[in-house]
Design a protein around this ligand. Structure first.
Ligand code: PHE
Length: 455
């Protein structure tokens, strides 16, 4: 097997893993699923799932990734000496493929918005007009497919060269810049008339708004934003030397991710309520609210441009990680095959993504299971395949790898205590699987039936 590549610096890994985590999930998806799923109660659930399930899972992927020093598929067979377990990696690679197929559609939307802004088409509209404009933009089949193609092309070019690790440097500047811009945006948003309504919506939980469906969405969202269940984090950790502090890396990534999601929520909901919009507008939410928030501030369009560029950068660093694991699995880390494989895989992903892209335009009336193609893909990936992958990884880590080996791995590069490890291990072994299964059953409408069974 080819020698595993390694990260260039310690901080490089954290930045890349954080880059994978922070992307459309926290910035674009979180506000709209929280908006649809009940606001504050959804946020609380999302936080609980992130800490109680996401944290041990992230550490789990890190530990076995670095332990295996292999690719996302073979790590499982190698560590358990049973090739059957490779199925977890295969599922992850498949999920990542589908994920990037619609992720690139949204990446394309950002590119189109940047072009629109640069050509002066975004200045001085009312909030309603922004909504309409965005609707027009994403229903145009030619430009959206073109933009999706450009998004994939850049992703391919970077990953084919294997230079995404060089992006470490750019991330060091871009991430803090994104945070600063978000802070600015939140301040602006909070100063709008009626902003408090939005803050209340996001921060004050009303549990009566929760449904089985929104609980499933909160679960999926926690895994989605942390890139869990698809072996992305495992693959990134496989490029690590033993000196990296895994618990510290995991904790920083989780905190950063929560902060960004909160800032995104605080930037958007005050705007939503102030402009009298509905918080459940779906995937178009941030694209119709944010320009209006920016429009009313000095140098608004300049700030909006900076925001869109950073947003696009965040989407790219996530996209790199998605295609990276497919490439790593296909090439088995043989560098001579990287270029060709990346092109073939990237183009296939683009083609598979076209129907999702068109589902906001010419295919808008095509509904499968009551969902548009885009929504169906997103639902299948975020709410079914990712939690399923997470369930299998939790089972694998806690039941196929000896507990002592895991602790020994975790301790390398950190002086983490046994108590912390034990809690994570317990969560991984019992709580993560039970929680995922219960949420699945509940969403499938089986919970009443099960409760009746025990009565
Ligand atoms: N975490 C990324 C985001 O929030 C999405 C992602 C999921 C990336 C799974 C890689 C793997 O945008």
């Amino acid at each position: 097997m080819a020698q595993q590549e390694q990260w260039k610096s310690k901080i490089g890994f954290v930045l890349a893993a954080a880059g994978s985590a922070i992307g459309l999930g926290a910035i674009w998806k979180f506000p709209y699923v929280a908006g649809t799923g009940g606001g504050g109660a959804f946020l609380l659930l999302f936080l609980a799932f992130t800490l109680v399930l996401g944290m041990p899972l992230l550490l789990g992927e890190f530990m076995i990734g670095r332990m295996g020093q292999s690719n996302p598929i073979q790590t499982y067979g190698k560590l358990s000496s049973n090739l059957k377990w490779n199925v977890i990696g295969k599922l992850g690679v498949f999920t990542s493929f589908l994920l990037l197929s619609f992720y690139s559609v949204v990446g394309g939307w950002i590119i189109l918005y940047i072009i629109k802004l640069l050509s002066g088409g975004l200045a001085g509209l009312t909030q309603d007009q922004y909504g309409e404009l965005f609707g027009d933009i994403i229903s145009n089949p030619y430009s959206t497919i073109g933009a999706q193609f450009v998004f994939m092309l850049i992703t391919i070019l970077v990953v084919a060269k294997g230079v995404q690790k060089g992006i470490e440097l750019a991330s060091k500047v871009m991430m803090p810049a994104l945070l600063v811009l978000f802070l600015l945006l939140v301040i602006r948003s909070l100063s709008l008339d009626g902003a408090m309504e939005g803050v209340k919506f996001l921060l004050v939980p009303d549990f009566s708004k929760l449904t089985s469906e929104s609980i499933l969405f909160a679960l999926g969202q926690a895994f989605f934003t942390l890139s869990l269940g698809v072996s992305v984090m495992l693959t990134y950790a496989s490029y690590l030397p033993k000196t990296q502090n895994l618990p510290q890396s995991a904790i920083s990534i989780i905190i950063l991710n929560i902060v960004i999601a909160l800032l995104a929520g605080l930037a958007i909901f005050p705007g939503v309520f102030s402009f009298g919009m509905e918080p459940n507008a779906g995937p178009v939410l941030i694209f119709s609210v944010l320009p209006a928030v920016f429009a009313n501030m000095p140098f608004g369009m300049l700030f909006f441009l900076a925001f869109l560029l950073l947003f696009l950068f965040a989407a790219f660093t996530s996209a790199f990680s998605m295609i990276e694991i497919i490439v790593a699995a296909v090439t088995k880390n043989d560098a001579s095959k990287r270029k060709k494989s990346t092109w073939v895989i990237g183009m296939l992903i683009f083609i598979v993504g076209v129907p999702s892209c068109l589902s906001y335009g010419v295919l808008a009336d095509v509904h499968i299971f009551n969902k548009t193609i885009f929504d169906l893909m997103d639902y299948a990936v975020s709410n079914i395949l990712m939690p399923l992958g997470a369930l299998l990884i939790a089972i694998f880590v806690s039941r196929k790898i000896p507990k002592g080996d895991l602790f020994a791995e975790l301790k390398q590069g950190s002086n983490v205590g046994y108590a912390f490890f034990s809690i994570c291990y317990f969560l991984l072994k019992y709580i993560v699987p039970i929680a995922i299964i219960v949420v699945f059953l509940d969403a499938a409408g089986l919970s009443d039936w099960i409760i009746a069974l025990f009565k």
